[in-house]
Design a protein around this ligand. Structure first.
Ligand SMILES: *Cc1c(COP(=O)(O)O)cnc(C)c1O
Length: 353
């Protein structure tokens, strides 16, 4: 029997979540964000469910080229643009759209001989202070790109730091008053759902497509989003604890009363967060219980005291359609993005339509 830890991907949920994005996007086109191997889901596994998107956005140039070689014909936006002069010519050759966010990239573009033109998303820093040019340079940069003779269309882009919280997007929009009447791209999932007026020409939803809420206080289900990934395993051992007995490395959990615990085949080497403390929610045969003790590499433990019917072989869901990944992430002090991306290659994945 194979080790029972496995992930299931529900592509119908991905299609439905994309439809939620489509309704919010109005007339804007959708670039489905598939960086980091589609947020850990596997780009090739989910691609067919993203047919209704108008294009894809990602960081990884090799994946973008592979998409073209596999016959993907819609727009592909490289969110970090090019990093090396040798890579510049791949953009016109494969019709890839480049984000340009820094002077060094402009110089690379100007110095490289290319065949054809590159469509550009020109990125501005409107307060996140990560990537982007100062907005005061917009006019001059657009003129300079025009003079290079290497650029096709230009879209003006920025990224919001607080679209998911009370600080909002207005303060960044105020900094972004573009002098040009060029197409705009601003919205991630949080902005698309909460500030749809920022949709512009191209929206860039990521996390919502995978069925996780971009807002800490709003469950995904309340936004009409359905989980795509379910991580599950089985109980492979049971222990009876006396009061004072401890569980796992470091003995961080101590039984206060007689307890029955289950040992499951899943650990941090599968992608479950080691930081998840005792008490993190987890499902056994569709019923909610809690983890106990430290998560180890291949194993972790859960409380079966109130679950007389559960034992070796019982089905355990770590997150998915019975338990929101957002709840598990919050308990571990992180976000669903990190949990998804950490799904390990040793976990077999099956896909359902
Ligand atoms: C990752 C990313 C997105 C998608 O953000 P979500 O919060 O997952 O919707 C959009 N734009 C850029 C520039 C990104 O890097």
């Amino acid at each position: 029997m194979p080790r029972p830890a496995r992930a299931l991907l529900d592509l119908s949920a991905l299609r439905d979540n994309l439809a939620v994005a489509r309704r919010a996007a109005g007339n804007a086109s959708i670039l489905a964000v598939v960086k980091a191997n589609a947020y850990g889901h596997g780009l090739t596994r989910v691609l067919s469910a993203l047919e209704a998107a108008d294009g894809l956005a990602l960081i990884e140039l090799d994946q973008a080229v592979a998409l073209r070689e596999r016959g993907y014909v819609k727009p592909l936006l490289l969110l970090g643009g090019f990093f090396e002069p040798e890579d510049v010519e791949l953009f016109p050759a494969h019709r890839l759209i480049a984000v340009i966010h820094h002077e060094d990239q402009l110089l690379m573009l100007e110095k490289t001989e290319i065949v054809g033109r590159i469509d550009i998303f020109l990125k501005f820093n409107t307060g996140m202070n990560r990537l982007g040019f100062p907005t005061s340079q917009a006019q001059a940069l657009v003129e300079r790109l025009g003079r290079s003779g290497k650029v096709g269309s230009i879209t003006l882009m920025t990224h919001f730091a607080n679209a998911d919280d009370s600080r909002g997007v207005e303060w960044q929009l105020a900094a972004f008053r573009p002098a040009q009447s060029l197409p705009l791209s601003m919205a991630n999932s949080a902005a698309l759902l909460r500030h749809p007026a920022t949709a512009g020409a191209w929206v860039r939803p990521g996390i919502m497509l995978y069925g996780s809420s971009p807002f800490p206080e709003t469950p995904a289900a309340a936004l009409g989003l359905r989980p795509v990934m379910t991580l599950e395993t089985r109980i492979i051992g049971v222990q009876q604890l006396h009061p004072g007995d401890r569980v796992g490395y470091g003995g961080t959990f101590t039984a206060q009363h007689p307890m029955r615990i289950g040992v499951i085949a899943c650990g941090y080497a599968d992608g479950y967060p080691r930081h998840a403390p005792s008490g993190t929610p987890i499902m056994v045969d569709g019923e909610r219980t809690r983890t106990v003790g430290r998560v180890s590499m291949d194993l972790m433990c859960l409380d079966l005291t109130a679950m007389a019917g559960a034992g070796v072989g019982s089905r355990v869901q770590l997150w998915g359609d019975e338990l929101s990944v957002d709840e598990v992430a919050a308990s571990a002090g992180t976000v669903s993005y990190e949990l998804f991306c950490a799904l390990s290659s040793r976990v077999p994945v099956s896909v359902s339509e």
